[in-house]
Design a protein around this ligand. Structure first.
Ligand code: AMP
Length: 219
């Protein structure tokens, strides 16, 4: 399966798309944000250091992310196809990733840009709720993504929570960081000839269908 690198502003639907692709194609979904949140939740002393950075919406150090990511990429399940969600976040990470894939023996694959207008992001971010047990994603501002029972996951019955950085204040920082540091990756991957663009402003299904076409074309 073709490896995918998702490039998108916060709230564009990277996580929702990655979960759907995982279900459909058995991809391994690697979210650096999830890996970092796991460190915080595990009570690891390192978690204490990065907790506030995550809550503010700033980026943690490249070195730490490389370490956490490389460890995950070395696990054998990654050979079957991965979706990178939340990495790379800047040019330095993209250049380092070119080296990491060589070292661990994986293909770079295709970079998928989820194109979306800024005005849609606030409602997506402030309405987002996640299941604390299975990670399923809901959105209180989207009638198609509401849980059947308020606060309860449809899939596993787990309780839903809101991420500490899913608020308008933190979104401002995260979006500014995206424009300044992550958006240059669009040219980086375009120049390598591996960029595909999809319109992420409609429903999760519409986004998924466009990405399925990209996967089909690569087969
Ligand atoms: P995400 O779940 O992708 O929205 O990431 C949540 C937070 O984790 C970000 O706001 C950053 O603080 C941190 N983070 C995730 N991925 C990276 C990365 N590649 N580089 C630096 N920080 C990251």
């Amino acid at each position: 399966m073709k490896n995918l690198i998702l490039i998108a502003a916060p709230g564009a639907g990277k996580g929702t798309l990655a979960k759907a692709l995982k279900e459909e194609y058995n991809y391994v979904h690697i979210s650096t944000g999830d890996l970092l949140r796991e460190i915080v939740a595990s009570g690891d002393p390192l978690g204490e250091k990065i907790k506030d950075i995550l809550a503010q919406g700033a980026l943690v150090s490249d070195e730490l992310v490389f370490e956490v990511l490389k460890k995950r990429l070395m696990e054998p399940d990654c050979k079957g196809g991965i979706i990178l969600d939340g990495f790379p976040r800047n040019l330095q990470q993209a250049e380092k990733y070119d080296e990491i894939v060589k070292e661990v023996g994986l293909d770079l694959g295709t970079a998928v840009l989820l194109d979306i207008d800024e005005s849609i992001l606030v409602s997506r971010i402030t309405g987002r709720r996640l299941c604390k047990d299975c990670g399923a994603i809901y959105n209180l501002n989207n009638p198609d993504m509401l849980p059947k029972v308020d606060g309860v996951c449809d899939k596993c019955g787990g309780s839903l929570y809101q991420r500490s950085d899913d608020n308008e204040e933190s979104l401002k920082t995260r979006y500014a960081t995206y424009l300044e540091q992550t958006a240059p990756l669009i040219d980086y991957y375009e120049n390598k000839g591996i960029l595909c663009k999809v319109d992420a402003s409609e429903s999760p299904e519409a986004t998924l269908n466009q990405v399925k076409e990209i996967i089909k074309e690569g087969e």
